[in-house]
Design a protein around this ligand. Structure first.
Ligand code: FEO
Length: 170
């Protein structure tokens, strides 16, 4: 059993993860439109991954006997002027999500809700990975600024990402 307040918090996180999926779909669409097929592929895979995050929290709510309530998803931005701007938007968003996850863990600890604190540890680790991945790509893009043609190679590399669903929660 978890508190009503925690149920509200987790339902808001379901919404935030679905917004992340929506944002990355929007970036994917813009990347495709600009001919950046690799970036489009990378963001499409990331959108799929975000959907699994929403699903994971929704499943947890159901396992502890609470109802999942879906709210509307805000409209994401549609224009990103460059590949760099796309990944900068992703990093800004991931940092925001990291702060949200940290706040949930803090709330869980304050409520002595060890089940939720434990469940959220997966997300704590996941956020380290998500920020790291985006930071690494941004570093490559910055280097590419000084090497003509390098952006093309980065886009080719981004085209190789294949979405693999994370292992289900135990
Ligand atoms: Fe679900 Fe990228 O955080």
């Amino acid at each position: 059993m978890i508190s009503k307040k925690m149920t509200g918090t987790l339902n808001r996180q379901v919404n935030a993860e679905l917004y992340a999926a929506y944002l990355y779909l929007a970036i994917s669409a813009e990347a495709d439109h600009k001919g950046l097929k690799g970036a489009a592929n990378w963001f499409f895979a990331q959108a799929q991954e975000e959907t699994t995050h929403a699903q994971r929290i929704a499943t947890y709510l159901q396992r502890v006997g609470e109802k999942v309530v879906l709210e509307s998803i805000p409209k994401p931005p549609a224009a990103f002027k460059s590949m760099k701007a796309m990944f900068e938007a992703a990093l800004t968003h991931e940092r925001k999500v990291t702060a949200m996850i940290r706040a949930i863990v803090n709330q869980a600890l304050a409520e002595k809700d060890h089940a939720t604190a434990n469940e959220m540890q997966w997300f704590v680790a996941e956020q380290v990975e998500e920020e790291e991945n985006v930071n690494d790509i941004l570093a490559q893009i910055e280097l590419a600024d000084k090497a003509p043609g390098a952006l093309f190679m980065i886009d080719k590399e981004l085209a190789t990402r294949v979405f693999t669903p994370p292992a289900p929660a135990e």
